[in-house]
Design a protein. Sequence first.
Length: 326
Amino acid sequence: MNNVDIFQAIFDNAIASIELGIEDYKLAKGDSSRYLSAVRNLFAGLLLLFKSKLAEVSKDDNFSLLIAPSVKTPYDIQQRPKTVGYYDLIKRLKEQEVNVDWEKIKDLHAYRNDIEHYFAPDSKSDSIVRGYIANSFLIIKQFLEKDLGYNPQECFAEDIWQEFLKDEAVHSAEIAEMVFEFDKLLWFSDDVEKLFLKHRCHNCNSDIIRVDDKLMQDAKDTSFICRNCGRQWIYYELAKEIANKLSQRDLWELKDGGTEIIGYCPECEEEMYCSIGEVCLNCGVRGPFECEFCGCEVPISELIIFSETGRCSWCEHQFEKIMEED
């Protein structure tokens, strides 16, 4: 087994253990043995993630950071040498300047020991177990992203990742990261960016749609992904979905005497011109548009006429009357 395989084996075991822990919690429903298994597996998975980091850092040095202090021989997976214990693991991670919420790790470790050896009655309630499990979610997400360079959505099964997103701290972190990523892109306007930020996935109604291709600087050239269900879009597809949703809103607002939000774009000929910010979501052309005859602003409902004639509907009607008289 080569160095890459050793790291991958530890990492894969970490992910499997975390998934088992979350599955145990979902199935527990008051079963104390399930709660014990959930916390045990989740914490074991977290420690394995930490060990995978040490394996990555010391892979060119016979995995020296991974070996327990009492072991003097080079790491050999076939001999299954004893790896670093909890306290030395934390110490070595700190020496590598790994920044984790160590107080929460300390609390999780203490709680794991408590339910492993004592399991006091007040330690096994759903709310308490959920609290400790939730505390680990943000740590796992951030460690995967910042320290190991992985996308956590791609590491876990879809239903497991969705459990992460149910946690308020993870959800808030995802929203903050989404806003940060969107702000780095070049948009047609601030109003267009806000419409994208407010949009919910049509497939699952999630409010977390992240930038998928982080190499792009222009919003219209990038791709997006729903962090809940994994649905992907290129810019045009997501902009069209937003326009369609706003068009549905039109039906209700028009009934109440409002004006249309989405209309025909004279520039790209798509039904994606938006009155919010007066900009086309597809091509970025800016309004308002003025009638070439009377100079008045052309209503969004008349833009298809304007695109063909350069006139508003009233001026077009007058022009047709003149032509008929001639």
